[in-house]
Design a protein around this ligand. Structure first.
Ligand code: ADP
Length: 486
């Protein structure tokens, strides 16, 4: 089988820039592809807060102070290359301080320009490298215009004649919708007919929708989510269009980077452990509870939450069941995350109401995230919808039993525990409502009281395999199918 040439373009790649699961995938998949012998080149912006190790970062020949016009706006960019940790793969960061030298990653007024620029800089870098990818793999709305750019602005370039495009939807809730007037800044005002006519009439352009229209193949990050977004509200307005492209839409569950997330070797943990010896897990729990000044809980379950606190994550389902569990049972809770004020207020109130039992850390901490996974017995993830979700898979490997809503990737990665057969890895509730969550939480807490059953449940989860070796092979298959490269 011959090696593939894959150009992957993403707005975030861990550890250089990360706000969510996209960054993890955009690092782990290329790491896998590179290790498997493929020629993969990753492009991302160099943000002000991307801390690139100077010893590992070098300018790229022929890519300094390159001129690029976006409509009437003139920019200059340079490309630097840096090593992806955990690999000898070098990734390419597009350095353009007027566009990326801001405090944050997203939420700027000119995001349309910033990410269309990334897309174009990636294509032009391929030109300068004289490198024709078999597949351009774009991700989410930020880079969803790439297929259209190949057909329009770069349509003249025969070096991309055989290149195919894959657009992966990591979260359809974010579509990149802007006023129609931005077309000029995108250098696409002559190609308005390639956008959705009804959007243009409504005075908007939608990046993701345009990508769905023009990419050769579409994928999303779990088989269940691939089905869910083709009908009903989870399609967020794109369901009709996706249903029309149903033969070109596939779901591949994200993998887990077990080099980063393995309790047997995780450098962030005070004690290591594995499926055959869980003593280290108890030690992690003892230490974290003590450190956060919570009461010891050798025989009481510790529940964990690690999440962006956005409406998608469904924490309102916990509003009754969680205070009840904390009041009526000997339980503990550690929650990590920030975002919506009502969710933050809920966890803050719990902390005030249950001193010694609840700790809420408002913010982002990679370190604490690992330690919560290791210390907790139960992981709460009641997402309203979840394209894939990573934390439930981390939880399984860390022996932390997930409670999840049966949706998207949660449905594809957690299996219902059955007492009679001692099979399953967690607790799933079918309908997104408080009764469902309450049932799942009660079931988990009742099962915890039986140490033998609990130990089996924990072991079932820890032996699941969601490695990139498994999931990445599915992408390779897709790239081959798409490009015809055997
Ligand atoms: P999403 O992409 O919707 O945020 P995922 O479960 O796919 O959800 O990925 C979330 C990633 O972000 C995980 O790696 C998780 O550990 C991490 N994460 C989320 N919130 C925090 C936080 N407050 N601190 C540290 N890591 C976080």
């Amino acid at each position: 089988m011959s090696a593939l040439k894959i150009c992957l373009v993403a707005s975030e790649v861990a550890p250089f820039a990360k706000t969510g699961g996209l960054a993890d995938v955009a690092a782990a998949l290329p790491r896998y592809l590179h290790a498997a012998g493929h020629d993969v080149r990753v492009f991302l912006p160099r943000y002000a807060k991307s801390e690139l190790d100077p010893a590992e970062t070098h300018p790229v020949d022929f890519m300094s102070d390159v001129h690029l016009a976006m409509g009437r706006l003139q920019f200059q960019y340079s490309v630097v290359t840096t090593r992806l940790p955990g690999s000898d793969l070098r990734v390419y960061a597009v350095d353009c301080p007027p566009l990326y030298g801001r405090a944050g990653i997203y939420g700027e007024e000119d995001d349309h320009l910033r990410f269309a620029f990334l897309t174009r800089a990636a294509i032009e870098s391929c030109q300068r490298m004289g490198w024709s990818p078999h597949v351009f793999h774009c991700n989410d709305w930020h880079t969803a215009l790439l297929p259209l750019y190949l057909k329009t602005v770069y349509g003249w370039d025969s070096m991309f004649r055989d290149s195919r495009t894959l657009l992966t939807i990591h979260n359809i809730a974010y579509q990149g919708v802007f006023a129609r007037s931005v077309l000029r800044d995108l250098s696409l005002d002559g190609d308005a007919q390639r956008f959705y006519a009804s959007d243009l009439e409504a005075g908007i352009v939608n990046f993701l929708k345009t990508g769905v229209l023009h990419a050769d193949l579409l994928s999303t990050v779990s088989p269940t989510y691939a089905r869910e977004i083709q009908s009903g509200e989870l399609g967020m307005g794109l369901q009709g269009l996706l249903a029309q492209r149903t033969r070109s839409l596939i779901g591949i569950l994200n993998g887990v980077d077990y080099a980063e997330w393995d309790p047997a070797s995780d450098p962030r943990l005070p004690a290591h452990y594995g499926v055959d010896d869980l003593a280290g897990k108890e030690e992690n729990k003892r230490r974290l509870l003590a450190e956060l000044e919570l009461a010891p809980a050798d025989r009481a379950p510790l529940m964990g939450v690690i999440s962006r606190l956005t409406a998608q994550k469904g924490f309102e389902l916990l509003y009754e069941a969680l205070p009840r569990a904390l009041a009526e049972r000997d339980t503990r809770l550690i929650a990590l995350g920030s975002g919506a004020t009502d969710y933050e207020g809920f966890f803050t109130q719990l902390q005030t109401k249950f001193p010694g039992k609840v700790c809420y850390y408002r913010g982002f901490s990679e370190d604490l995230a690992h330690r919560i996974e290791a210390a907790s017995d139960i992981f709460l993830m009641p997402s309203r919808f979840e394209p894939c979700g990573l934390n439930q898979m981390y939880s399984l490997r860390y022996g932390t039993v997930p409670i999840v809503h049966r949706t998207g990737g949660l449905a594809d990665s957690v299996q219902q525990w059955h007492w009679e057969t001692q099979t399953g890895t967690g607790f799933l509730f079918e309908h997104f409502d408080r009764q469902g969550l309450a049932w799942a939480l009660e079931s988990a807490l009742a099962t915890y009281e039986n140490p033998e059953a609990w130990a089996k449940l924990v072991r079932n989860g820890m032996t699941q395999d969601f490695s990139w070796e498994k999931q990445g092979a599915q992408y390779v298959e897709v790239y081959r199918r798409l490009s015809g490269v055997g």
